[in-house]
Ligand binder design. Structure first.
Ligand SMILES: C[S@@+](CC[C@H](N)C(=O)[O-])C[C@H]1O[C@@H](n2cnc3c(N)ncnc32)[C@H](O)[C@@H]1O
Length: 233
């Protein structure tokens, strides 16, 4: 990984913001990801994220924290938060912005227990593909204190396969429709392609059942997205 995402965050933090990140997927064309959005305040966050932050309690782990926007809000409220990300640039920025406990770490290498695990901005993305969901959910479950909770958002992206007649063009023999190949470029450089998973709520709920987690729908978003709370059965 070249960490172009982290580089873009660092450029913004260091007032060298000149262009946005460009993303595309195997089913969608190029789109700009505005870097200022990755530095959003509470008031500019989607309602689902605001709700997740209201529900967060106890010792919190912000998984895939990016520039640390969610952590900073919770920290200011006096909550104890640890922020982790696999991007070195993201963690550098999070620290520069004032995140007190930030570490370059893959969630699969985390072993401390928490009261709340936060996975926001399509939190299921880090599972990468459907076949890995059980592995990640089992690991996340093992990081929960008694009465702990996992708060994550995702989307049912079936709408991306809808044609003008209202039919769907997805290949039913292909893998799960929420599994995407994700391409990112920044300032003319291309990142190593990655896999990014969107999970519809029913599929997430089924996967939770297989690993002994309750999955509760907290809130639907404005565009096929949702916030879920996972707790131990
Ligand atoms: C879509 S960004 C969201 C950033 C931030 N949560 C936000 O809402 O602005 C996803 C983040 O997850 C991080 N990430 C991806 N896989 C990860 C993993 N296995 N463990 C920890 N972080 C991961 C990426 O580096 C990236 O910063």
């Amino acid at each position: 990984m070249k960490d172009l995402f982290g580089q873009a965050l660092l450029d913004f933090q260091n007032e060298n913001y000149t262009e946005d990140i460009i993303t595309s997927t195997n089913i969608s064309d190029e789109d700009a990801l505005p870097i200022p959005y990755l530095f959003r305040d509470f008031k500019d966050m989607p309602k689902l994220e605001q709700q997740a932050l209201k529900l967060a309690k106890g010792h919190i782990l912000d998984v895939g924290c990016g520039s640390g926007s969610h952590t900073l809000y919770l920290q200011k409220k006096g909550l104890k938060v640890k922020a982790i990300d696999i991007s070195e640039g993201a963690i550098e920025v999070a620290k520069l912005r004032g995140v007190l406990h930030a570490e370059v770490k893959n969630i699969l290498d985390e072993s401390t227990r928490f009261d709340t695990l936060l996975l926001l901005m399509n939190g299921t993305g880090i599972f990468q593909e459907l076949s890995q969901v059980s592995k990640y959910l089992t690991h996340l479950k093992g990081l929960l204190n008694d009465a702990g909770q996992i708060l994550m958002d995702s989307s049912d992206i079936k709408y991306m396969y809808e044609d003008e007649d209202g039919g769907y063009w997805m290949d039913t023999n292909a893998n799960y429709y929420g599994e995407l190949d994700y391409f990112l470029s920044y300032k003319g450089e291309e990142e190593t392609p990655m896999k990014w998973l969107y999970l519809d709520f029913e599929t997430l709920k089924l996967a939770c059942e297989t690993v002994g987690l309750n999955c509760e729908l907290i809130k639907d978003g404005e565009h096929f997205d949702y916030l879920a709370r996972l707790t131990c059965v």
